[in-house]
Structure formats: structure tokens, C-alpha cells
Design a binder for this molecule. Structure first.
Ligand code: SF4
Ligand code: SF4
Length: 75
């Protein structure tokens, strides 16, 4: 299965939660333990190993907080 790696520009997150609903493997969640510089709980990934690199979360984010890297296929 394709693998992805995603990063969040956490201080730009406005806590809208759209990325949470966009993830087909349900690994994006709001980090209730953190508050960013805008005063929101930022989104993060709970189980990075499960990320497929589909980029749904990044496409959905209105503030372009998320960057998705895809591992190159070897075939
Ligand atoms: S790239 Fe796809 S699988 Fe990975 S966190 Fe985003 S929506 Fe979920
Ligand atoms: S969609 Fe973007 S702004 Fe909204 S919670 Fe996710 S990362 Fe934050």
C-alpha cells in the first residue's frame, strides 16, 4: 500500500476540523493537549503509520496547513 507522510503548519490551523472528516483511514484528529498561537487546538495525526498519502486532508484544508509527502513507488 502507498505510504504517506504529512506535516502540519500548526500555528496556521484554525481548528475547523474539516481535515478530520476528510481522512478515509480516520487518523486525523484535533490535538486537545495543545493550543497554537491563534488559540485553537491544532489538527494532528494520531497514527502516522496508517497514512496512505491520499492527500484528502490537504485538499480539504482551507488554510493550506497540511503538506503531504508520498513515498515513491518502487515498481
Ligand atoms: S493523506 Fe490521506 S490518509 Fe494521510 S492523513 Fe491525510 S487524508 Fe488521512
Ligand atoms: S482543515 Fe486545516 S485549518 Fe481546519 S482543522 Fe484541519 S488543518 Fe486545521
Amino acid at each position: 500500500m502507498a505510504k504517506g507522510k504529512i506535516t502540519f503548519n500548526e500555528d496556521q490551523c484554525k481548528g475547523c476540523g474539516l481535515c478530520v472528516t476528510a481522512c478515509p483511514v480516520k487518523i486525523v484528529e484535533m490535538n486537545e493537549k495543545k493550543i497554537n498561537s491563534r488559540g485553537y487546538h491544532p489538527a494532528h495525526v494520531s497514527e502516522p503509520d496508517k497514512c496512505t498519502g491520499c492527500a484528502n486532508c490537504a485538499i480539504m484544508c482551507p488554510d493550506v496547513v497540511i503538506t503531504v509527502y508520498r513515498e515513491a513507488k518502487k515498481d
